[in-house]
Design a binder for this molecule. Structure first.
Ligand SMILES: Nc1ncnc2c1ncn2[C@@H]1O[C@H](COP(=O)(O)OP(=O)(O)OP(=O)(O)O)[C@@H](O)[C@H]1O
Ligand SMILES: [Mg+2]
Length: 271
């Protein structure tokens, strides 16, 4: 498998100014990993370990203090149509319809009206929202808004989808439906996906590999292979597999080894 995304020795330091005083926050320290073409990699770790910062650097919204990121063999120097970002909250434009929101990125690209309508409808159909194309965000549920966000990211046909806790704010049932949707879209389109999540079940269900990060400073702690077959359409069957529980437990144990809250030590849960 070719590397689609390459993260090499990336560090990021933010400088906070408080009056005359300055404080340095080392959000990322020497982070390296590669994501193969068509692979799904989940990024997980405690709050503050730099997941969002790393995703923003890969997207080109933030620059690294050191190191490099390459997508498709080219160094990332800013945003590009080879990458699409899905946020935790879809952040749709309230005055536009679902269709209008999905069309936005195509408009920016200068795609003709007829063509962008066709592509946007196709993407709304892909996420199961063709019938709600003319609704405005206020008339959509949280799950539907996330689907619009996903369709919007897909509209520009990026090679890489970057997703930052896209289902974090959704109820368990909607979340599960959208996880299956991501698996189906991945199966259909073969996109490379980097998926940030706090939810280890979600990470194991979706990913080929899980990158666990540790905080202060943000580093790669360990990378786990997920030994589950594809296609992964049947989440009930997958969750029943011993490999699912074992992988999840291994990641959880490693995560908790770094937790400041030792009340949740692995021994305690195992007991
Ligand atoms: N613009 C910024 N200015 C200063 N510090 C920042 C900035 N963005 C992030 N940080 C700091 O960098 C560190 C990593 O933050 P980041 O948001 O990337 O973590 P995260 O892993 O996404 O956390 P969460 O799981 O809570 O979303 C934190 O200590 C945070 O306070
Ligand atoms: Mg974050």
């Amino acid at each position: 498998m070719d590397d689609r995304v390459l993260v090499e020795h990336v560090s990021k330091t933010f400088t906070l100014r408080r009056g005359r005083a300055q404080e340095e926050v080392r959000a990322l320290d020497d982070v390296s990993f590669a994501v193969g073409d068509g692979e799904i990699v989940a990024l997980t770790g405690l709050s503050g370990c730099g997941k969002t910062t790393l995703l923003r650097i890969i997207m080109g919204l933030e620059t690294a203090s050191a190191g490099r990121v390459a997508v498709g063999g080219r160094d990332v120097t800013g945003c590009g149509h080879d990458r699409g970002l899905v946020f935790q909250h879809a952040e749709l434009m309230p005055w536009r319809t679902a269709l209008g929101n999905v069309e936005f990125g195509l408009e920016v690209q200068g795609v003709s009206k007829q063509e962008r309508r066709r592509i946007a409808m196709e993407k709304l159909d892909l996420v199961g929202l063709a019938k709600s194309a003319d609704r405005r965000p206020a008339q959509l549920s949280g799950g539907m808004k996330q689907r619009v966000g996903l369709a919007r990211a897909l509209s520009i046909d990026p090679q890489v989808l970057l997703m930052d806790e896209p289902f974090g704010a959704l109820d368990a049932h909607t979340r599960e439906a959208l996880q299956l949707e991501v698996l189906r879209i991945h199966q259909e389109t073969g996109k490379t996906i980097i998926f940030v999540t706090h939810d280890l079940d979600e990470a194991v269900l979706l990913a080929d590999r899980v990158v666990l990060m540790s905080p202060h400073p943000g580093r790669v702690q360990q990378i786990f292979d997920v030994p589950l077959p594809r296609p992964r359409g049947d989440s009930v069957e997958l969750r029943r597999r011993p490999e699912f529980a074992e992988t999840r437990y291994e990641i959880w144990q490693a995560l908790m080894a770094n937790s400041p809250d030792k009340a949740h030590s692995p021994q305690k849960e195992a007991a």
